[in-house]
Design a protein around this ligand. Sequence first.
Ligand SMILES: C[S@@+](CC[C@H](N)C(=O)[O-])C[C@H]1O[C@@H](n2cnc3c(N)ncnc32)[C@H](O)[C@@H]1O
Length: 262
Amino acid sequence: MAEIDINIDNIDTKEDEETDMGALIDMVFIMENEKIYQELIREIPLSLGKSTSKKERDEQGLKSPTLAYGEIEYQTFGVILEKIKKVYGKPDVGTSGSSGFCQVRGGTFYDLGCGTGKPLLAAATLYPFDVCIGIEILEGLFTLSTAAVVSYNVKGKAKGLDSQLQTLKGDLLNVKFKDWRDGDVVFCNSTCFDDKIMDKLALIANGMKKGSFFITLTRRLPSNDFVVLEHELHRMSWGDATIFIHQKISEPRDFTPFPEYE
Ligand SMILES: C[S@@+](CC[C@H](N)C(=O)[O-])C[C@H]1O[C@@H](n2cnc3c(N)ncnc32)[C@H](O)[C@@H]1O
């Protein structure tokens, strides 16, 4: 596995800055939008995602722990997006550039390994991205995620949400199938991913634009092209996990697709 040399000078650990950050996060906004989100996900409880994933893995003899299922909590996700909107993505903060990221509307959000699609629904309720795209490898979860998109297109749009949502069935490491390097905010619930996947994920992510954000769970992205802005323990569906918010500090690097996907 590649050595990680993260610039810890950029990790926000000062107490007064953390207090300021807390004051900027609009929990009322998050909780108001959670009501819409809860309505959108009513038909897809965590238990359904878990059982659908398990059934397919059992039936197909898929033993890899990297396919384990779990979900992020809405409010945790909301706090992360608020931090990007209100602090890290502000114009001229970090490598966010003169226009910043997630400042008015627009941009592309990805969820790599989107399960039943909940982070896409969450993202669309928290910020008006142009498009939110999920990639999921298991057929059963992908089918549930498409139903979630249909529900969003009816109920979410009726509530005034206007991001376009899309889910794709495929392997997140296969950029020939879907190239996600144009993402402004890329989310990956990577708790169960192994070193091999993380290394490959990082090689692809090095092709992302300067200033873009990459969020991982439990495991840091093994790349010197990103800085870790913060790493904090948060509650998830399966217990506590550390969330890493990374920002790209370099211009996009070239990337040659992995030979197994040629
Ligand atoms: C921990 S779950 C996260 C679900 C969702 N993103 C969330 O946070 O609520 C990880 C998901 O990644 C999917 N996955 C694992 N490896 C993948 C791969 N190579 N390509 C696409 N999806 C993958 C799994 O099937 C699973 O649904």
